[in-house]
Design a protein around this ligand. Sequence first.
Ligand SMILES: Cc1ncc(COP(=O)(O)O)c(C=O)c1O
Length: 314
Amino acid sequence: MPSIRLGQLPTPIDDASRLRDAIGMGSRLLIKRDDALPFGFGGNKVRKLTLVAADALASGATALITCGGVQSNHCRATASAAARLGLACHVVANGAAPERLTGNALLLQLLGARMTYVASREERNPGMQRVAEEVRASGGVPYVIPLGASNPLGALGFARGIGEVVRQTLVPDVIVHASSSGGTQAGLIAGCALYEVNARVVGISADDSVESIREEVLGICEGIEAMLDLAPGALGAAERFEADASFVGDGYGIPTDGSREAQALAATHDAFFVDHWYTAKALAAVIAYARRGEFRDGQTVMFWHTGGQVGLFA
Ligand SMILES: Cc1ncc(COP(=O)(O)O)c(C=O)c1O
């Protein structure tokens, strides 16, 4: 699959031994530092965009169009890719135009993204179609990237991430990560199947129910099977799928006691930063599982840091 280079891979893997000791964890705790991916403030969307943006270029696109919340990490990563490739970027954001630009909203402006605001999540897809028509009408070639770049092509970027970890020779027994639109989780599951890595992949929901994440992840894995000419079910996604929505608390982006503790422990023990939308809740799950004795001593647990640190400045 053609891909483009956006920042330096592989991302580092840190041994969070002080955090592990602080939570009384008998297993090894590794942090896969996609937050430190050196492109446009990094994060999980960059891996997906290495393939999706390559496809956009191949199709002759002049403008990338995508959607998300006003503080979307994915939109910031897409606008970064567009800037690097010399393409226009249009973002359809649900919510009101912020009075003061902070965090990702500020970066979107600096990156030159053209913003369209819609009132609800449901209006994002029709909004992107309208913007695509406008681009066409003015002689451009639009390329619409779905929410989170979570389609089979984008998810393959994460399957490659498993290959990267194998080459780094630090193969985990359990991977825990923040999950939302399903592309990261589908890619990790596919990667484990394709590289024959026998690891549990546990997605910690940022907002959605386990059932809706499952539907997204299995659908994307089916698409990957079709793309790679594999038999339906060859990736074993239905059997491998594991998610937990019990760390969401009162809602998307609303801190919980667990996410506050995770954020403080990560910073004070191993100097990395997690946000209350995604990664602090996923790290809170790692901490809770360790305390409940759900990891076996001697296992290697990998917290896949999917980024989102810009959210600390929102
Ligand atoms: C920081 C961060 N972590 C995790 C996720 C979830 O990834 P996915 O949408 O691929 O499930 C997102 C999605 O926006 C994110 O921004």
